[in-house]
Write a protein that binds this ligand. Structure first.
Ligand code: NAP
Length: 349
């Protein structure tokens, strides 16, 4: 992965300071490990190529340092906050406020938490929000009628039915009853089908979040080996299609994949969306890879992803944390989709 110091005044200053401070030290192959950890602390998240640009003469030292240098953490929460703030400014100047309907069926605690967050984000961004808390035993017909009413409501631009739904309700039927231009989750067959063209209507929020996070690192997607672990219709497949659209060479792995490690080891970009804690360990990751952990697992009240974060960060170039990575970005992308839905409604009317 390339990420070198540029030629801006700020970067030249950093370069000068680093050279002044460490040049003599790095020329010496026998420096003590105390000094090494000091270098690592000061360099913090600097990239390998950036430092090798400055100290090209001592590859031995660099290898030693970088074997111990942790990945750069992709702060999804911070990036998402910026997106929500930008949306807030845009929405402030809009005559017609974007409207989002959040439909929650039953009392699934995780679903309740997700819907609470989405409601909070809507308020934060200035999106008009209607929330429907429906009884677990609601009939499929009543739920379809509600979605139909929301489809017809001009104040509502986006309709989101939180999944999973109770067993007696056909999830596919309900999801596909949302009009495609109001499908802010991007889960309807029409929205997913559009991923095969370069003209998506509303792409799935989580897949958009993943692409956004990869691009936030500055790493190029084009020409890279991207491996997606998980092939669900709402995460794995859309992510794979979007990476393909961006000219990555894409491999999709799933529960029947033989030698998962053989595939993940080749990944410059590794996206994991499975729902199994610690599925991806350090020895399965290529040095310097961009690792995006979509998984959400609860262990003893604590949220963790699918990646063994503490160890994988020792080899990856960039890595998302759980919580604070894909989750908040997905919600930010949902808000973006809601804004986009306003434009779609205008075009359709
Ligand atoms: P899903 O529908 O259960 O799909 C899981 C996928 O993982 C399946 O394709 C399955 O393969 C594959 N898989 C299972 N065991 C595997 C193994 N040992 N090795 C390789 N692949 C394996 O789940 P999902 O809806 O895609 O969600 C995946 C995770 O992401 C969950 O933890 C979910 O909570 C989380 N999630 C997070 C966000 C967010 O915003 N952060 C959004 C959505 C989902 P098969 O197809 O062969 O069964």
């Amino acid at each position: 992965m390339r990420c070198s110091i540029g030629n801006s005044k700020k970067h030249k200053n950093i370069k000068f300071k680093l050279i002044k401070k460490f040049n003599p030290l790095l020329r010496n192959q026998f420096y003590c490990s105390a000094k090494l950890s000091k270098i690592q602390r000061i360099f913090g998240n600097a990239r390998k190529s950036m430092i090798s640009d400055i100290f090209p003469f001592n590859q031995f030292c660099l290898a030693y340092i970088f074997n111990k240098m942790p990945a750069k953490i992709i702060d999804g929460k911070k990036i998402a906050e910026k997106i929500i703030n930008d949306l807030k400014s845009k929405i402030k100047n809009m005559k017609e406020k974007p409207g989002l309907a959040l439909v929650l069926v039953g009392n699934n605690p995780a679903s309740e938490v997700y819907v609470n967050f989405k409601e909070k984000d809507s308020k934060e961004a200035g999106v008009y929000c209607e929330r429907y808390n429906l009884d677990e035993n609601i009939s499929e017909m009543d739920l379809l009628n509600l979605v139909n009413n929301l489809n017809q409501n001009p104040k509502i631009h986006g309709v989101l039915v939180q999944l999973p739904l109770p067993k007696h309700i056909d999830e596919n039927l309900v999801t596909n009853s949302i009009l495609p231009h109001k499908d802010v989750d991007g889960f309807t067959a029409v929205s997913l089908g559009h991923l095969f063209s370069d003209k998506t209507i509303l792409a799935p929020a989580t897949a958009r979040a993943v692409i956004h996070l990869i691009e936030s690192t500055g790493a190029k997607i084009e020409g890279k080996n991207a491996v997606v672990v998980g092939r669900s219709n709402i995460v794995g497949k859309p992510v794979a299609m979007m990476l393909l659209e961006k000219n990555a060479t894409v491999t999709i792995c799933h529960s029947r994949t033989k030698n998962l490690e053989e595939n993940t080891k080749k990944a410059d970009i590794l996206v994991v969306a499975v729902g199994k804690p610690n599925l991806i360990t350090k020895d399965m990751v290529k040095e310097g890879a961009v690792v995006i952990d979509v998984g959400i697992n609860r262990i003893g009240g604590k949220l963790v992803g699918d990646v063994d974060f503490n160890n994988v960060k020792e080899v990856a170039g960039f890595i998302t944390p759980v919580p604070g990575g894909v989750g908040p970005m997905t919600r930010a992308m949902l808000m973006e989709n809601t804004l986009k839905a306003v434009e779609l409604a205008k075009r359709i009317s």
